[in-house]
Design a protein around this ligand. Sequence first.
Ligand code: SME
Length: 159
Amino acid sequence: MSASEFQRIIEEFRLFSETTKDLAALEEFCVSQMGTRLPRYDWVGLYMLNEYDPGVLVLGPFHGASTEHVHIPITQGICGAAVAEGMTVVVDDVGTDPRYLACSLETWSEIVVPIRVNGVIVGEIDVDSHTRKAFGGEDREFLEECTAMIGSFIARYRT
Ligand code: SME
């Protein structure tokens, strides 16, 4: 994927975020656009921390096969690690990572990027790929721009 295609997609996300005040609509738009336009993004989902139990991630909109991992404690999985460590986690080969919670036998690699609101993690974007070592620096930058945009959106409209 070229850097300019990532930039085009980010620009569309920004434009969409300026035309809605509906977080669920924005999340749905981002997830479906990534899942349909980015070839190695075989599963894309948003997990948000449960407002009443911030030790648990809850699956929101996703694009791809359904998963049994609808609730993930932050002590488990690559998804939990991204929250617990407070940073983007990239796994080139999930088969070698003992933290990995399997969703699909076809998944080879995964990237999880935290969403922050005023510096505090509120959720994350999780992307799985059927390609080994699918996610590099450009994917990380692109997804970190997406999470920053979603975090700013939440900060703007949160009551
Ligand atoms: N693989 C994730 C679980 C979520 S699925 O990828 C949809 C993990 O290890 O946390």
